[in-house]
Unconditional design. Structure first.
Lengths: 534, 222
């Protein structure tokens, strides 16, 4: 008999073929059926202890936990039969015996699995008349607050700390209805680097983020796919916004990069996106006077002034926080003006913070999302590991200075004083940028579309999640218009067009299309890097 | 005093015989000073090793106790597997399993302290707080409850002058409820330290308490 790795079974009347070893729960997902579950998480082991994913299997004496039962050839499974529904109704009733039902003040409300399941399949009314046992709250340290009464004891958090972070800080204390999640007395989660994930994987409101506590209701938040800008790992994230402010950052599943996880550093590093002090209109300085102008006027003046200044040489500084399109458009303009090298500065910290239980995932040493993009474009890194210095020649340059994104915090009042023309594209002003002849407001990554290249050469898209501040425009757009005015070639009207220009011009990005990147990204020159030549 | 039919370790006497001595209940071979180093390794992890005097401040797993701990380790394939007897040894020495004891056990067995706490709190026979010289556990599960365990419990609380779970001022008694002690044929069952008292009625309680007090007096007087 031929060995086959494929088996076929029937779930709710649909035939589905899966690989041997697939669990019933995963097989059901193949046909779009989500079996209710708490303890099962694809990134961790399954203890089959929540008893919610029980399904009816024909021929089996008892209901089977679908998260650990492997699919068999010819099996007939019912997830919505009378028995299965009855069972879930019963299990859910038990879950509510001691649940405080404090949804109106619970942060998880609206994205709570207990709420969802009870609403869908639970009993209309509970029958328990006994007083509920009460635990109250416990501060776990770090960003985590624990509401013991809401807990359903799925132990996802315990298993995350054991298996994924591999720092067993959490455990189940006591037993029976007194059991509760806790750390070793006052030890807490302080000092762990990925504990924000236990808030994400908690299916109910037992573990909540202190940072997000009572900040927004889940249904008021807009979710936008994005890429974490905090380091070169490029974790896929979702920006949750309300009132044009980022309220929190959550990881987004991408098995090739970050799985389901993200580090606490990236998670908490979002306040700068909401910073109010933004450049909102082009500022043009001429004859000792700074004036706000419309874009058209400002760019016209810029195009008149820049070429003459460029005759004395062009110095250019970019930021590894800018997108691939921004950097490429910047480089193209610099080259058109007669410049060559583009410098960038990068903050590099001492230690990596790996997540032990997931391959190739860490808070990387390079604290910028697109250092790889800058390298692939042939830009030159200068300065120290704290992203300072290295710009002495630029500061005193008497020709044309172009700066993109770098706020030049370490540079003094003298920066660019001698320049015949100093053009600065930034989201925020500052001491050195105040010297610019043309201070042009551009968007942050959260306000524009674009791509970052992570440390493994994976080009990943992000989407705009906020309204732009004032008249700020994406850098690729401003720079593209300037270049088009000079060369007569058409300017990119969208990030996609800008990326197409980039991939046709830069070999490293050849063959990549914006649509092809999708939501998961694609690796540059994959064949080259795989053979070690890249 | 009755004629014990044979030296049956653990035989608790006939109904109402609450004045039996430890030797009569346990058999001569099972009474007396134990080797603190644990004699043969195969028995090093097991009861009876109850000490009359607990010392909450004694260093754990040092000297003879270290020897005993090492013997316990030889009986298990992994260090983690030795967790329960290691906690038991800590309780035997100190009378209860304190957070510091858990931390020390975790360190010795190369486990996470939180995990050790999880295990220690799961089992009711580890005392997580100091208890009196006599830990009185009154079964209030079904059989005993039907036969008046609640009254027996109330009597113990009254005659020892304690609140449930608290230790009496003289450090003699801690009275707690226990779930089934597996003596459903002889309700109400009361376990005092490692010894069972069966068929206890509220009327028996003063006698038992007096005897326990007298025992303590002898121990401290000698």
């Amino acid at each position: 008999m031929a060995e086959s790795n494929e088996i076929t079974l029937t779930i709710d009347g649909h035939e589905v073929s899966v690989r041997k070893g697939t669990t019933l729960l995963q097989a059901a997902q193949e046909i779009g059926t989500s079996v209710p579950h708490y303890c099962y998480h694809p990134g961790m082991s399954s203890p089959a202890m929540c008893r919610l994913c029980l399904v009816e299997v024909e021929g089996a004496p008892k209901p089977m936990p679908s998260c650990v039962t492997q699919a068999q050839d010819g099996q007939v499974v019912h997830t919505e039969s009378e028995l299965a529904l009855d069972m879930r109704r019963g299990v859910l009733e038990f879950y509510l015996v001691n649940h405080p039902l404090d949804c109106p003040i619970c942060d998880q409300s609206g994205e709570c699995k207990l709420q969802d399941y009870v609403h869908e399949e639970g009993r209309e009314h509970g029958r328990s008349r006994e007083p509920k046992r009460v635990f109250g709250r416990d501060d776990f340290g770090g960003d985590v607050l624990f509401y013991g009464d809401r807990c359903v004891m799925c132990t996802r958090c315990v298993r995350f700390m054991n298996e994924v972070e591999q720092d067993s800080r959490l455990t189940v204390v006591e037993r029976g209805n007194r059991s509760i999640i806790d750390t070793f007395f006052e030890e807490g989660l302080e000092g762990t680097y990925w504990h924000g994930n236990i808030v994400d994987i908690c299916p109910v409101g037992a573990l909540v983020s202190k940072d997000f506590l009572h900040k927004a209701r889940a249904w008021d938040l807009d979710h936008t796919d994005s890429v974490c800008p905090s380091c070169s790992q490029g974790c896929n994230v979702s920006l949750h916004t309300r009132d044009n402010l980022v309220q929190r950052i959550k990881p987004r599943e991408n098995l090739a990069v970050n799985g389901w996880w993200m580090c606490d550093y990236g998670r908490m590093n979002y306040e700068w996106i909401n910073a109010g002090h933004r450049l909102e209109a082009p500022l043009v300085r001429a004859d000792g006077d700074t004036r706000a102008m419309g874009w058209k006027e400002a760019l016209k003046a810029l195009l008149e002034r820049a070429p003459t200044a460029a005759a004395h040489g062009v110095k250019a500084v970019a930021s590894p926080h800018a997108s691939n399109e921004d950097l490429a458009a910047f480089q193209a303009l610099v080259r058109d003006l007669g410049g060559e090298d583009v410098l960038y500065r990068l903050r590099v910290v001492e230690n990596e913070r790996p997540l032990k239980g997931f391959p190739n995932l860490a808070r990387r040493r390079e604290l910028a999302p697109n250092a790889d993009g800058a390298e692939l474009l042939g830009m030159t890194r200068v300065g120290d590991d704290d992203a300072s210095g290295g710009l002495d020649e630029v500061a005193d340059h008497d020709g044309l200075i172009l700066v993109l994104g770098d706020d030049l915090d370490d540079q003094g009042e003298e920066f660019g004083r001698n320049a015949a023309c100093y053009i600065h594209l930034g989201a925020h002003g500052g001491t050195a940028p105040a010297n610019a002849h043309f201070l042009l407001p551009v968007t942050t990554f959260a306000e524009q579309e674009g791509t970052f290249t992570n440390r493994d050469g994976r080009v990943q898209r992000f989407w705009p999640s906020m309204e732009t501040a004032g008249a700020a425009r994406p850098p690729w757009f401003v720079l593209g218009v300037l270049l088009a005015e000079r060369t007569g070639a058409p300017a990119a009207r969208s990030a996609a067009e800008s990326f197409a220009q980039l991939s046709s011009r830069v070999d490293a990005f050849a063959g990549l299309t914006y649509e092809g990147l999708g939501a998961r990204g694609a690796v540059v020159n994959e064949t080259v890097s795989l053979t070690g030549g890249g | 005093m009755s004629d014990a039919p044979f030296k049956n370790p653990g035989w608790a006497g006939n109904t109402g015989e609450f004045d039996l001595s430890e030797a009569e209940v346990r058999g001569d071979d099972f009474v007396g000073d134990r080797e603190r180093a644990g004699a043969h390794p195969s028995t090093s992890a097991t009861y009876p090793y109850m000490l009359a005097e607990k010392n909450p401040d004694v260093p754990l797993f040092e000297g003879e106790y270290h020897e005993r701990f090492e013997k316990i380790l030889t009986q298990y394939p992994t260090k983690q597997a030795a967790l329960l007897p290691a906690l038991g040894l800590a309780q035997e020495i100190r009378g209860y399993v304190s957070p510091e004891s858990m931390d020390r056990v975790a360190e010795l067995l190369e486990l996470a302290p939180a995990y050790v706490r999880g295990v220690a709190t799961f089992y009711t026979m580890y005392n997580k707080r100091p208890v009196g010289r006599h830990l009185v556990q009154v079964c209030t599960n079904i059989s005993c409850n039907l036969c008046g365990a609640d009254e027996v419990l109330a009597a113990f609380l009254r005659y020892t002058d304690t609140e449930m779970g608290e230790t009496s001022d003289d450090g003699e008694f801690t009275v707690i409820e226990a779930e089934c002690l597996a003596a459903c044929g002889f309700p109400t069952c009361v376990q005092i330290n490692s010894r069972y008292f069966e068929n206890v009625t509220p009327a028996d309680v003063p006698k038992i308490v007096e005897r326990l007090k007298a025992e303590s007096g002898e121990a401290s007087g000698s």
